[in-house]
Design a binder for this molecule. Structure first.
Ligand code: MTE
Length: 329
């Protein structure tokens, strides 16, 4: 279990995101409860595990990983074998999650995924691509074989982990889908099922669904992965099942979970957090210890499992693979 709690201080202040009338009535709600003056927010109002929400959305002791399917466990790509890195225990990576569709309380997300349906699932591929369509996870895993890679993971909140992902190299998928020469960007969209995840209704002031964007040359980079597994098994729901993006040189917020659509575009699209808080979350969101977040330094990070403080590396240590993408042209 996580032995400490980092205050999720990068959370969007409600005053910035909430339409004024909703914000005002929420402030009144907090005041009525006597909590407003204390500055207590949504997480503090969340009910305990034996409450109706838990009963409704809760996992009720379900298994951690969905059943293995063909392709699992996948062979490890020796270029990314992570032999010099200490992997974060699964018990921590699967119980400390940022997934606002379920909760802003990182320790509660895994308890609220019981109603989330991940099978069947399709990913719509659209836009400037010769092979558009609705692809099942198995279709995608057949197009490009699965492999395992160990990557560092750095959240914008200044904590980090090391995770063994199983997934499809995104660049190889783009080749299989025959992305057209005019394509320059990808827009990736997450699921939007308000009856299956409590955050949609509870935080209706957010512009759901969660969405992200990448440049095509970023997507084609050897590091970019569409993960469908972790720790040698299919992804648990709280980690973004059944398919999520992994771009390890960028802050965690770029790693969009539970993807339902990938659109190849000529023009740049926005991102969920950059649209809400551009001064706090840049469009690129590359890990960069030289650029502090407006409210804290990014020079160091804390390993979520060991509590160890370590220096943050430019591009999270992946400069050799990605720095050429950002050289001035
Ligand atoms: N994707 C969706 N759909 N919703 C989210 O709230 N949070 C992001 C990212 N992808 C998020 C998301 C953030 S802020 C982080 S740090 C990572 O997921 C967390 O991934 P993890 O829970 O597997 O560690």
């Amino acid at each position: 279990m996580v032995s400490f709690h980092i205050r999720p201080s990068w959370f969007l202040p409600e005053s910035a995101a909430t339409p004024e009338n909703q914000y005002a009535s929420r402030r009144k709600f907090l005041r009525d409860l006597g909590l407003g003056a204390l500055g207590l927010g949504t997480a503090s109002l969340l009910p305990s595990c034996s409450d109706p929400e838990w009963e409704h959305f809760g996992n009720k002791g379900g298994t951690l990983f969905p059943p293995d399917r063909p392709g699992f466990p996948a062979p490890r790509n020796q270029r990314f074998d992570g032999s010099s890195l200490q992997t974060t225990p699964a018990s921590i990576a699967t119980t400390h999650n940022n997934f606002y569709e379920f909760s802003t309380d990182q320790s509660r997300v895994h308890k609220l995924t019981g109603l989330f349906e991940i099978d069947p699932w399709t990913v719509e591929i659209s836009g400037l691509v010769n092979k558009p369509g609705h692809y099942s996870i198995q279709d995608l895993e057949t197009l490009v074989p699965l492999e395992e890679r160990v990557y560092r993971f750095r959240c914008v909140e200044a904590w980090s982990m090391v995770l063994p992902w199983t997934g499809i190299p995104l660049g190889k998928l783009c080749e299989q889908l025959e992305v057209q020469p005019a394509a320059r960007y990808l827009r990736l969209t997450s699921f939007h099922k308000p009856d299956q995840a409590p955050g949609f209704k509870k935080m209706s002031y957010y512009p759901w669904p969660y969405y992200e964007s990448l440049r095509l040359d970023e997507a084609m980079n050897e590091l970019s992965l569409l993960a469908t597994g972790i720790y040698g098994h299919p992804l648990p729901k709280q980690n973004g099942a059944p398919i999520r993006l992994v771009v390890p040189w960028k802050y965690g917020l770029k790693n969009i979970k539970s993807i339902v659509r990938i659109e190849f575009r000529k023009t740049r699209s926005g991102t969920f957090w950059n649209a809400l808080q551009p001064q706090e979350f840049s469009w690129l969101s590359n890990v960069d210890p030289r650029i502090p977040h407006p409210r804290w330094s990014q020079a160091t990070e804390k390993r979520i499992d060991t509590g160890e403080k370590q220096k943050t590396l430019l591009y999270n240590g992946y400069g050799e693979s990605v720095q050429r993408l950002y050289r001035p042209k």
